[in-house]
Design a protein around this ligand. Structure first.
Ligand SMILES: Cc1ncc(COP(=O)(O)O)c(C=O)c1O
Length: 458
């Protein structure tokens, strides 16, 4: 390599130092989804990461019990991925993909189509889960229009769903705080009820037994609006961000049947369930239910470079290919769709998953994980624990004299400060989703830490 393309040691040291040292001023960065004032009064700053651990700027090792933000499925700083990114940036740093392309997105799309459920053989690249969701919704609308059913404009989402933060995603999403500040959202959206039912299903091991009947609500909504007006139903096979909500046994199968019956597209949002989180490449395969469109992101690049992808069925894709040869088939795309750095990271990530059989880990370790999690039953304030694959959640009763989420936030900060462990909270639910390289000793540490801190919660 020429001197021009390699940073000199002093330059490399300079950038490494910047990443590891506390900033002089915390004011300018507005953190997303954060109580900024509280955070800046007591910041938690991570400086480096390797394998199952972060190191914070004070040099403490922090066990990563949530794969960063549900994305670092192969663990941190994996050599193949690091090397692929390093190599790629010096070879082709950017290439436009509008009427032009580099070889990488084709290679990656083919790899994804091989991994995906049958029929989902076409890939539209985005840069995040939110963009994947909005792209999938636009593809669904345009698909109906291309085949002469442009009146199918409605979407059906679910209460408590999280589909990212774009206007499409918040409209079909069902988390009140993510919606109420931002106006009325897309018109023509309705919601199914969520499937969380603590009265009947608390402390379920794996998929809950009760609740398949909630799927029948879809028939009711389709009757109300008439099938001819509905474009698609969007569902997370397991919702993570809303506090780990599992589909009751048979629920997803019934939703699929009803969509087929009425010609409504089914979109699975697999942004967190994709790439091995539940023991197969995608939850769709674990549950034996194939959607028409599937949204992904996060684990696609092991969280190293932002990237998302919408996987699209043959039938939908072919419908778009019926027009004249020289007319754009889909008026949609991002400057960074199929970015070379992201593609290189994704290809190396898929290699790492395959080489280490990481997609099977959630099944191999599933029982051990479940036993550890359910050992927390009976501790103070714990009203539910739930699990599937390498996903877990502990729900606390809200603290009666405080705002909802106060007890959950205390659990999160105690886990970080006292237990040196990174978890994720939504309200009073503490969610766990470790990198898939997790071992039994890490699982022991996760649940021992929680067993120590939970009795101290106010
Ligand atoms: C199911 C689901 N969809 C979409 C998103 C949004 O992804 P992003 O934050 O990359 O935009 C998330 C993020 O957690 C998610 O869990």
């Amino acid at each position: 390599m020429s001197a021009e393309s390699t940073p000199s040691p002093s330059l490399a040291d300079y950038y490494a130092e910047q990443a590891a040292q506390a900033p002089d001023n915390l004011d300018a960065f507005w953190l997303p989804f954060t109580a900024n004032k509280a955070f800046k009064a007591r910041p938690r700053l991570l400086a480096s990461a390797s394998g199952m651990y972060y190191t914070d700027i004070e040099g403490r090792q922090i066990l990563d019990a949530c794969a960063g933000l549900w994305c670092v499925n192969a663990g941190h700083a994996r050599p193949r991925i690091v090397e692929a990114i390093r190599q790629q940036v010096g070879t082709l740093d950017f290439a436009p993909n509008f009427a032009m392309a580099s070889p990488l997105p084709f290679k990656l799309a083919e790899r994804l189509a091989e991994l995906a459920p049958v029929d989902l053989n076409h890939v539209f690249f985005t840069n995040s889960g939110s963009e994947s969701v909005d792209s999938a919704m636009k593809i669904a609308l345009a698909y109906h229009r291309v085949r002469g059913q442009g009146q199918r404009t409605r979407f059906i989402g679910r209460e408590k769903a999280y589909h990212g933060v774009g206007f499409g995603g918040i409209s079909v999403g069902g988390l009140p705080n993510n919606r109420k500040w931002f106006g009325p959202g897309l018109p023509g959206v309705d919601h199914l009820r969520h499937t969380l039912d603590l009265e009947r299903n608390a402390f379920s091991k794996g998929l809950p037994v009760h609740g398949v009947e909630w799927a029948e609500e879809l028939e009711r909504l389709i009757t109300l609006h008439d099938a001819s007006t509905i474009a698609a139903v969007i569902i997370e096979p397991i919702s993570g961000s809303a506090g780990v909500i599992l589909p009751p046994q048979g629920y997803l199968q019934r939703i699929r049947q009803l969509c087929d019956k009425h010609g409504v597209l089914l979109i699975f949002d697999e942004v967190i369930t994709g790439f091995g989180r539940v023991g197969k490449a995608f939850a769709s395969q674990r549950f034996g239910v194939t959607p028409d469109l599937m949204t992904t992101a996060k684990g696609l690049t092991n969280g190293c470079v932002p990237m998302g992808a919408v996987l699209v069925s043959d039938g939908i894709f072919e419908t778009f290919m019926q027009g004249p040869d020289n007319v754009i088939d889909l008026f949609h795309g991002y400057t960074y769709s199929g970015h070379p750095l992201a593609c290189a990271a994704a290809l190396a990530t898929l290699d790492t998953y395959a080489e280490e059989n990481l997609f099977e880990k959630a099944i191999e370790l599933g029982d051990y994980w479940q036993a550890g999690l359910h050992s927390l039953k009976g501790l103070p304030h714990v009203v539910d624990v739930r699990n599937f694959g390498l996903i877990g959640a502990v729900e606390f009763a809200p603290r009666p004299d405080a705002h909802p989420g106060a007890r959950g936030f205390e659990a999160f900060t105690r886990a970080f400060n006292e237990g040196q462990m990174l978890t994720r909270i939504t309200g009073d639910v503490l969610a766990l989703s470790p990198p898939l390289i997790v071992e039994k000793a890490h699982i022991d540490r996760i649940f021992n830490t929680l067993a120590e801190i939970i009795p101290k919660l106010d």
